[in-house]
Design a protein around this ligand. Structure first.
Ligand code: HEC
Length: 281
Protein backbone atom coordinates (compact mmCIF):
# COMPACT_ATOMS: atom_id res chain seq x y z
CA UNK A 1 0.00 0.00 0.00
CA UNK A 2 2.66 2.46 1.12
CA UNK A 3 4.87 1.38 -1.72
CA UNK A 4 2.04 1.83 -4.19
CA UNK A 5 1.32 5.30 -2.79
CA UNK A 6 4.96 6.26 -2.94
CA UNK A 7 5.23 5.08 -6.51
CA UNK A 8 2.09 6.96 -7.49
CA UNK A 9 2.91 10.26 -5.77
CA UNK A 10 6.57 9.92 -6.63
CA UNK A 11 5.60 9.41 -10.22
CA UNK A 12 3.27 12.41 -10.11
CA UNK A 13 5.93 14.64 -8.56
CA UNK A 14 8.65 13.50 -10.88
CA UNK A 15 6.36 13.90 -13.88
CA UNK A 16 5.36 17.43 -12.88
CA UNK A 17 8.96 18.48 -12.47
CA UNK A 18 10.57 16.79 -15.40
CA UNK A 19 7.91 16.71 -18.10
CA UNK A 20 6.09 19.80 -19.29
CA UNK A 21 2.37 19.60 -18.52
CA UNK A 22 1.04 23.15 -18.47
CA UNK A 23 -1.75 24.57 -20.60
CA UNK A 24 -0.49 26.99 -23.25
CA UNK A 25 0.39 30.46 -21.97
CA UNK A 26 -2.20 33.17 -22.72
CA UNK A 27 -1.54 35.33 -25.74
CA UNK A 28 -1.14 38.77 -24.22
CA UNK A 29 1.05 41.84 -24.41
CA UNK A 30 1.36 44.13 -21.42
CA UNK A 31 1.17 47.76 -22.51
CA UNK A 32 3.53 48.97 -19.78
CA UNK A 33 1.79 52.27 -19.06
CA UNK A 34 3.24 54.51 -16.31
CA UNK A 35 0.25 53.55 -14.10
CA UNK A 36 1.00 49.84 -14.54
CA UNK A 37 4.69 50.33 -13.78
CA UNK A 38 3.88 52.35 -10.63
CA UNK A 39 1.38 49.77 -9.36
CA UNK A 40 3.84 46.96 -10.16
CA UNK A 41 6.59 48.76 -8.27
CA UNK A 42 4.36 48.98 -5.20
CA UNK A 43 3.44 45.28 -5.34
CA UNK A 44 6.91 43.91 -6.12
CA UNK A 45 8.57 45.96 -3.39
CA UNK A 46 6.09 44.67 -0.84
CA UNK A 47 6.38 41.03 -1.81
CA UNK A 48 8.74 39.57 -4.40
CA UNK A 49 11.73 41.54 -3.12
CA UNK A 50 11.68 39.52 0.13
CA UNK A 51 12.92 36.46 -1.74
CA UNK A 52 14.17 37.81 -5.08
CA UNK A 53 16.24 40.75 -3.79
CA UNK A 54 19.99 40.59 -4.34
CA UNK A 55 21.89 38.26 -1.98
CA UNK A 56 24.65 39.60 0.26
CA UNK A 57 28.16 38.15 0.43
CA UNK A 58 26.93 35.34 2.73
CA UNK A 59 24.22 34.36 0.27
CA UNK A 60 21.43 35.75 2.46
CA UNK A 61 18.62 37.80 0.94
CA UNK A 62 19.22 41.55 1.24
CA UNK A 63 15.53 42.26 0.57
CA UNK A 64 16.80 45.11 -1.58
CA UNK A 65 17.23 46.01 -5.24
CA UNK A 66 18.41 44.86 -7.68
CA UNK A 67 16.03 41.93 -8.04
CA UNK A 68 18.88 39.68 -9.09
CA UNK A 69 17.86 36.72 -6.87
CA UNK A 70 20.10 33.75 -6.16
CA UNK A 71 18.91 33.00 -2.60
CA UNK A 72 18.89 29.25 -1.96
CA UNK A 73 15.66 29.10 -0.03
CA UNK A 74 15.73 25.28 0.39
CA UNK A 75 19.09 25.34 2.15
CA UNK A 76 18.36 28.54 4.10
CA UNK A 77 15.10 27.19 5.48
CA UNK A 78 16.57 23.80 6.41
CA UNK A 79 15.10 21.59 3.69
CA UNK A 80 18.20 21.35 1.54
CA UNK A 81 17.72 17.56 1.46
CA UNK A 82 15.25 18.14 -1.41
CA UNK A 83 17.94 19.81 -3.52
CA UNK A 84 18.45 23.47 -4.33
CA UNK A 85 15.82 26.16 -4.87
CA UNK A 86 17.50 29.41 -5.86
CA UNK A 87 15.30 32.43 -6.45
CA UNK A 88 15.35 33.74 -9.98
CA UNK A 89 16.79 36.97 -11.33
CA UNK A 90 13.64 38.99 -12.11
CA UNK A 91 15.39 41.79 -14.01
CA UNK A 92 15.78 41.75 -17.81
CA UNK A 93 19.34 40.55 -17.14
CA UNK A 94 18.01 37.07 -16.24
CA UNK A 95 15.88 34.27 -17.62
CA UNK A 96 12.78 36.45 -17.71
CA UNK A 97 14.09 38.21 -20.81
CA UNK A 98 13.26 35.00 -22.70
CA UNK A 99 9.71 34.86 -21.36
CA UNK A 100 6.85 36.33 -23.34
CA UNK A 101 4.41 38.42 -21.29
CA UNK A 102 1.93 35.53 -21.54
CA UNK A 103 4.49 33.04 -20.21
CA UNK A 104 5.28 35.32 -17.30
CA UNK A 105 1.58 35.72 -16.62
CA UNK A 106 1.23 31.91 -16.58
CA UNK A 107 4.25 31.59 -14.24
CA UNK A 108 2.61 33.90 -11.70
CA UNK A 109 -0.92 32.56 -12.07
CA UNK A 110 -0.25 28.82 -12.43
CA UNK A 111 3.35 28.34 -11.28
CA UNK A 112 4.97 27.05 -14.46
CA UNK A 113 8.31 27.84 -16.06
CA UNK A 114 8.55 28.99 -19.62
CA UNK A 115 8.87 25.35 -20.73
CA UNK A 116 5.75 24.36 -18.81
CA UNK A 117 7.52 22.70 -15.87
CA UNK A 118 6.04 23.11 -12.41
CA UNK A 119 7.86 25.66 -10.23
CA UNK A 120 8.54 24.25 -6.77
CA UNK A 121 8.21 27.11 -4.40
CA UNK A 122 6.38 29.63 -6.54
CA UNK A 123 3.47 27.27 -7.18
CA UNK A 124 2.80 27.20 -3.42
CA UNK A 125 2.65 30.97 -2.89
CA UNK A 126 -0.60 32.93 -3.13
CA UNK A 127 0.14 34.84 -6.34
CA UNK A 128 -2.43 32.85 -8.30
CA UNK A 129 -5.01 34.96 -6.42
CA UNK A 130 -3.69 38.29 -7.76
CA UNK A 131 -5.97 39.99 -10.25
CA UNK A 132 -5.20 40.01 -13.97
CA UNK A 133 -4.57 43.77 -13.72
CA UNK A 134 -2.10 43.40 -10.85
CA UNK A 135 -0.34 40.48 -12.51
CA UNK A 136 0.10 42.60 -15.62
CA UNK A 137 1.31 45.54 -13.50
CA UNK A 138 4.01 43.31 -12.00
CA UNK A 139 5.09 42.26 -15.47
CA UNK A 140 5.18 45.90 -16.60
CA UNK A 141 7.38 46.88 -13.67
CA UNK A 142 9.79 43.94 -14.03
CA UNK A 143 10.22 44.80 -17.73
CA UNK A 144 11.05 48.40 -16.81
CA UNK A 145 13.96 47.50 -14.52
CA UNK A 146 17.58 47.93 -15.52
CA UNK A 147 19.24 44.58 -16.29
CA UNK A 148 21.25 43.12 -13.40
CA UNK A 149 23.34 39.95 -13.32
CA UNK A 150 23.40 37.19 -10.70
CA UNK A 151 26.78 35.80 -9.66
CA UNK A 152 25.55 32.35 -8.59
CA UNK A 153 22.96 29.87 -9.85
CA UNK A 154 19.20 30.50 -10.03
CA UNK A 155 16.22 28.16 -10.35
CA UNK A 156 15.23 24.72 -9.00
CA UNK A 157 17.54 21.74 -8.85
CA UNK A 158 15.37 19.28 -7.01
CA UNK A 159 16.60 15.76 -6.40
CA UNK A 160 14.44 12.64 -6.48
CA UNK A 161 13.47 12.99 -2.80
CA UNK A 162 12.37 16.56 -3.45
CA UNK A 163 10.31 15.60 -6.50
CA UNK A 164 8.61 12.78 -4.57
CA UNK A 165 7.84 15.04 -1.60
CA UNK A 166 6.39 17.77 -3.82
CA UNK A 167 4.37 15.26 -5.81
CA UNK A 168 2.91 13.87 -2.58
CA UNK A 169 1.86 17.39 -1.53
CA UNK A 170 4.12 17.26 1.53
CA UNK A 171 4.92 20.93 1.11
CA UNK A 172 1.28 21.88 0.67
CA UNK A 173 -0.94 22.07 -2.37
CA UNK A 174 -1.22 25.05 -4.71
CA UNK A 175 -4.36 27.18 -4.20
CA UNK A 176 -6.97 26.76 -6.95
CA UNK A 177 -6.26 29.13 -9.83
CA UNK A 178 -8.44 30.33 -12.70
CA UNK A 179 -7.67 31.91 -16.05
CA UNK A 180 -9.20 35.26 -15.12
CA UNK A 181 -9.20 36.93 -11.69
CA UNK A 182 -10.49 40.34 -10.66
CA UNK A 183 -9.78 42.09 -7.36
CA UNK A 184 -12.65 42.94 -5.00
CA UNK A 185 -13.59 46.65 -4.98
CA UNK A 186 -10.88 48.68 -3.26
CA UNK A 187 -11.95 49.85 0.19
CA UNK A 188 -11.55 49.35 3.91
CA UNK A 189 -13.29 45.97 3.94
CA UNK A 190 -12.29 42.52 5.14
CA UNK A 191 -12.72 41.27 1.58
CA UNK A 192 -10.24 43.77 0.16
CA UNK A 193 -7.94 43.16 3.15
CA UNK A 194 -7.78 39.47 2.26
CA UNK A 195 -6.70 40.54 -1.19
CA UNK A 196 -4.04 42.87 0.27
CA UNK A 197 -2.69 39.87 2.22
CA UNK A 198 -1.87 38.08 -1.06
CA UNK A 199 0.89 40.60 -1.72
CA UNK A 200 1.29 42.14 1.75
CA UNK A 201 2.49 38.94 3.39
CA UNK A 202 5.84 39.13 1.73
CA UNK A 203 6.84 35.50 1.88
CA UNK A 204 3.44 33.90 2.23
CA UNK A 205 4.48 33.21 5.83
CA UNK A 206 1.19 33.54 7.68
CA UNK A 207 -0.69 30.99 5.59
CA UNK A 208 -3.66 31.33 3.23
CA UNK A 209 -6.09 32.58 5.91
CA UNK A 210 -3.46 34.57 7.84
CA UNK A 211 -3.95 32.26 10.82
CA UNK A 212 -0.29 31.32 11.07
CA UNK A 213 1.38 28.10 9.97
CA UNK A 214 2.54 25.13 12.05
CA UNK A 215 6.18 24.08 12.03
CA UNK A 216 6.76 21.88 8.96
CA UNK A 217 9.42 20.68 6.59
CA UNK A 218 9.42 24.23 5.22
CA UNK A 219 10.42 25.93 8.48
CA UNK A 220 9.45 26.87 12.03
CA UNK A 221 5.92 27.77 13.12
CA UNK A 222 4.63 31.26 12.25
CA UNK A 223 2.24 32.78 14.80
CA UNK A 224 -1.39 33.63 14.14
CA UNK A 225 -1.53 37.45 14.12
CA UNK A 226 -5.29 37.58 14.65
CA UNK A 227 -5.54 37.49 18.48
CA UNK A 228 -3.00 40.31 18.87
CA UNK A 229 -4.56 42.45 16.14
CA UNK A 230 -8.10 41.88 17.41
CA UNK A 231 -7.12 43.42 20.73
CA UNK A 232 -6.06 46.66 18.99
CA UNK A 233 -7.78 49.59 17.37
CA UNK A 234 -7.16 50.31 13.69
CA UNK A 235 -4.96 53.27 14.66
CA UNK A 236 -2.85 51.11 16.97
CA UNK A 237 -2.49 48.46 14.26
CA UNK A 238 -1.35 50.97 11.66
CA UNK A 239 1.06 52.52 14.16
CA UNK A 240 2.49 49.07 14.95
CA UNK A 241 2.96 48.19 11.29
CA UNK A 242 4.67 51.49 10.56
CA UNK A 243 6.99 51.42 13.59
CA UNK A 244 7.69 47.70 14.02
CA UNK A 245 6.85 47.97 17.71
CA UNK A 246 4.07 45.93 19.30
CA UNK A 247 2.00 47.09 22.28
CA UNK A 248 3.96 47.04 25.52
CA UNK A 249 6.95 48.47 23.66
CA UNK A 250 8.04 45.08 22.31
CA UNK A 251 9.65 45.22 18.87
CA UNK A 252 8.76 42.61 16.24
CA UNK A 253 11.30 39.77 16.10
CA UNK A 254 13.96 39.90 13.36
CA UNK A 255 12.01 37.27 11.43
CA UNK A 256 9.01 39.58 10.96
CA UNK A 257 9.71 41.78 7.93
CA UNK A 258 7.63 44.77 9.05
CA UNK A 259 9.84 47.22 7.13
CA UNK A 260 8.17 46.11 3.92
CA UNK A 261 4.68 46.24 5.35
CA UNK A 262 5.43 49.72 6.69
CA UNK A 263 5.46 50.93 3.08
CA UNK A 264 1.82 49.99 2.53
CA UNK A 265 -0.71 52.67 1.81
CA UNK A 266 -3.01 53.77 4.62
CA UNK A 267 -5.96 52.17 2.83
CA UNK A 268 -4.20 48.83 2.42
CA UNK A 269 -3.23 48.71 6.10
CA UNK A 270 -6.76 49.64 7.18
CA UNK A 271 -8.21 46.93 4.93
CA UNK A 272 -5.70 44.42 6.30
CA UNK A 273 -6.85 45.33 9.80
CA UNK A 274 -10.48 44.78 8.82
CA UNK A 275 -9.52 41.37 7.40
CA UNK A 276 -7.52 40.30 10.45
CA UNK A 277 -10.27 41.12 12.93
CA UNK A 278 -13.01 39.49 10.82
CA UNK A 279 -14.00 35.85 11.46
CA UNK A 280 -12.06 33.37 9.34
CA UNK A 281 -14.31 32.00 6.61
C1 HEC B 1 8.87 32.98 -0.57
C2 HEC B 1 9.89 33.34 -1.54
C3 HEC B 1 9.46 33.89 -2.88
C4 HEC B 1 8.65 34.99 -3.13
C5 HEC B 1 7.98 35.90 -2.12
C6 HEC B 1 8.59 35.12 -4.57
N1 HEC B 1 9.31 34.14 -5.17
FE1 HEC B 1 9.56 33.86 -7.19
N2 HEC B 1 10.71 32.23 -6.85
C7 HEC B 1 11.06 31.74 -5.61
C8 HEC B 1 11.89 30.55 -5.78
C9 HEC B 1 12.50 29.70 -4.65
C10 HEC B 1 12.03 30.35 -7.17
C11 HEC B 1 12.81 29.24 -7.88
C12 HEC B 1 11.85 28.28 -8.51
C13 HEC B 1 10.85 27.74 -7.50
O1 HEC B 1 11.24 26.98 -6.61
O2 HEC B 1 9.68 28.11 -7.61
C14 HEC B 1 11.25 31.42 -7.81
C15 HEC B 1 11.08 31.52 -9.18
C16 HEC B 1 10.40 32.53 -9.82
C17 HEC B 1 10.17 32.60 -11.25
C18 HEC B 1 10.56 31.53 -12.23
C19 HEC B 1 11.60 31.75 -13.21
C20 HEC B 1 12.04 30.46 -13.89
O3 HEC B 1 11.89 30.36 -15.10
O4 HEC B 1 12.55 29.57 -13.22
C21 HEC B 1 9.47 33.76 -11.48
C22 HEC B 1 8.98 34.30 -12.82
C23 HEC B 1 9.25 34.40 -10.20
N3 HEC B 1 9.81 33.63 -9.21
C24 HEC B 1 8.59 35.60 -10.03
C25 HEC B 1 8.23 36.11 -8.77
C26 HEC B 1 7.46 37.33 -8.61
C27 HEC B 1 7.05 38.27 -9.72
C28 HEC B 1 7.22 37.46 -7.26
C29 HEC B 1 6.36 38.50 -6.57
C30 HEC B 1 5.02 38.68 -7.08
C31 HEC B 1 7.87 36.34 -6.60
N4 HEC B 1 8.47 35.55 -7.54
C32 HEC B 1 7.88 36.13 -5.22
C33 HEC B 1 10.71 32.26 -4.37
C34 HEC B 1 9.87 33.36 -4.18
Amino acid sequence: MILAALTFFGGKGVAAFYFPGADPAPDLTVAGTPEQVARGEYLVNLSCIGCHGAVDSQGNPSEAQPLSGGWNIAVAEGFGFVGDMHTENLTPGGKLAEYTDGELFRALRFGYTRDGQLLGFMSLLGYSQLSDADTEAIIAYLRSLPAATTAGPTGDRLNFVGAVMFGAGMFGEPLPASASVSAPPEGVTAEYGKYVATYGDRRGCHGPDATGTPASSLGPAIPNPRPLVSAMTQEQFIEMMRSGVRPGNSPFPETMPWQNAARMTENDLAALYAYLIAPVK
